[in-house]
Ligand binder design. Structure first.
Ligand code: UD1
Ligand code: CA
Length: 484
């Protein structure tokens, strides 16, 4: 998109920053191809898992970059992969990207060149790094606008400690002249604080030409993508630099310490979003959202709670300290007491859960259900106002409403080979320490005596006892020790 002169002048006054309210218009700007570099080995992670698959806020690093790239509505996203390649492809196989193999890592320029056969001349190319996950859509839109249809733009950042980065060398007029890598820089160049983030935009036709002419005549013997900047200058193609508005966005991940720093940034971001949306957090530094958390009004979340996948909390839900909730829905006014593990559960309104409860996949609780301490529920529906308050296992069961599952009740759903279904009618009471051996049907209103092991279906409305009859042996004597 050619920038109108007035916009350009305004942008110049803001130090190259373009108004981000101007919407991106991919049609007017011509088609866009995005190349994500992800072939590096990442040896400093000291991990068997390829670097770009390391999780950040619950998603692989590369997934963050792909997701942001897709928001720009590009014609194509090409991921250049190499090290651990097949694993990366398998892990992210569902992503709508094209995979480009770089068999030998000969440098960033060589990496982009591998994707060029796929990219038509009339496209613009945006280069991203698979290990720089927090880059934002807004910044990329600004960068695309700055490049215009025929120019080159690059994203720079000012670092207190520029160690390791390529330095931005400007001429007397302040225009970008070239990028010098740390290892090739003079003492004077090393003092430059403005660094290359690696993110750049270029017209495809020119980029193809510049990449084709790269040489590896440098201290690392690599084909540097950064050398295209000097080539652009030689060809009189305008090169614009955008100083990253938020330096955290361009942080790369090379080791676990940097990964932890980014994780903490993500934690801070999601906590702030929740607070601003009206959620009360006991401590914004002690909540982890590794996925998407949606919520109603006046939700309270105590310390050290972890959310994974998609979690939805209704109005006035309270989550106690130390809970872990994954892929679950929790209805309004439900209270989850501390230290519960909840996964794949659908919890109705006004329930009381925990402390120390475990809800496993397909646990489905109606309104006002109570699940107390050391109770495990798996693939079971519990109707309204049913209770299992202490030490119980309910698996593969359909439980009616107003049922009281006594302390220590076990639904024995597994015979060692097959799982079987148990059906418990409305208003049933099971006594403490009863075992219900599936498959079995317990009729509505039945009472099962404490300590029973029931193996046949239980009739409705009656007391069923299935335990040895208590007996007292008259005249019995305890054995005594013989004295020798
Ligand atoms: C690169 C830049 C440097 C910049 C820095 C920012 C070059 C020559 N230098 O340096 O100016 O300040 O990034 O972090 O571009 N990769 C491949 N194939 C390769 C080599 C790299 O896919 O053959 C990928 C890596 O996986 C990584 C990215 O490209 O995602 C950057 O590679 P890296 O080796 O970290 O580049 P730097 O030397 O740090
Ligand atoms: Ca790097």
């Amino acid at each position: 998109m050619p920038m109108r002169r007035r916009e350009k002048r305004k942008a110049a006054r803001r130090g190259g920053k373009v108004d981000q309210r101007v919407p991106h218009d991919p049609v007017r700007a011509g088609p866009l191809s995005i190349v994500i570099l992800a072939a590096g080995e990442g040896r400093r992670m000291r991990s068997a898992l390829p670097k770009v698959l390391q999780p950040l806020a619950g998603r692989p690093l590369l997934q963050h970059v792909i997701d942001t790239a897709r928001t720009l509505a590009p014609s194509a996203v090409h991921v250049v992969y190499g090290h651990g390649g097949e694993r990366v492809r398998t892990a992210l196989g569902a992503a709508p990207v094209s995979w480009v193999l770089q068999a030998h890592q000969l440098g960033t320029g060589h990496a982009v060149l591998q994707a060029m056969p796929e990219i038509p001349d009339d496209h613009r190319v945006l280069v991203l790094y698979g290990d720089v996950p927090l880059i934002s859509r807004d910044t990329l839109l600004q960068l695309l606008q700055l490049a215009g249809e025929n120019g080159v733009s690059l994203l720079t950042a000012r670092f207190e400690d520029p160690q390791g980065y390529g330095r931005i060398v400007r001429d007397a007029r302040g225009l970008v002249r070239q990028i010098v890598e740390q290892k090739d820089a003079s003492v004077k160049q090393l003092a430059i604080r403005e660094c290359n983030t690696g993110v750049l935009v270029s017209p495809a036709r020119a980029l193809r030409n510049w990449l084709g002419r790269l040489t590896a005549a440098n201290s690392q013997g690599e084909y540097y993508l950064t050398d295209v900047i000097a080539a652009a200058r030689r060809d009189k193609v305008p090169v614009q630099a955008l100083l990253a508005p938020e330096p955290n966005e361009v942080l790369g991940v090379n080791d676990k310490a940097q990964l932890a720093r980014l994780e903490s940034l993500c934690r801070g971001r999601s906590a702030r979003e929740l607070l601003l949306a009206g959620v009360t957090l006991a401590d914004p530094a002690r909540i982890d959202v590794r996925g998407t958390l949606t919520h109603g009004n006046d939700v309270f979340i105590d310390v050290n709670v972890i959310f994974e996948g998609r979690v939805a909390l209704g109005d006035r839900v309270r989550i106690g300290a130390g809970c872990m909730v994954r892929d679950s829905e929790i209805g309004a006014d439900t209270q989850v007491h501390p230290h519960c593990v909840i996964e794949g559960a659908l919890i109705g309104p006004a329930c009381l859960i925990g402390p120390f409860a475990r809800l496993r996949p397909a646990a489905t609780l109606g309104p006002q259900v109570h699940i107390g301490n050391f109770v495990e529920v798996k693939n079971a529906q519990l109707g309204a106002s049913s209770k299992a308050n202490h030490l119980a296992y309910v698996g593969d069961a359909e439980v009616g409403h107003h049922v009281n599952i006594g302390a220590g009740t076990i639904v024995a759903n597994y015979d060692g080979a097959q799982k079987h279904q148990t059906i418990i009618g409305d208003d049933v009471h099971t006594g403490s320490n009863s075992v219900l051996v599936a498959p079995i049907v317990v009729g509505a209103g039945a009472t099962i005596a404490a300590g029973s092991t029931v193996t046949h279906s239980v009739p409705a409305g009656k007391l069923t006892i299935a335990r040895a009859v208590q007996a007292t042996v008259e005249g019995w004597r305890r054995p005594s020790k013989s004295t020798k």
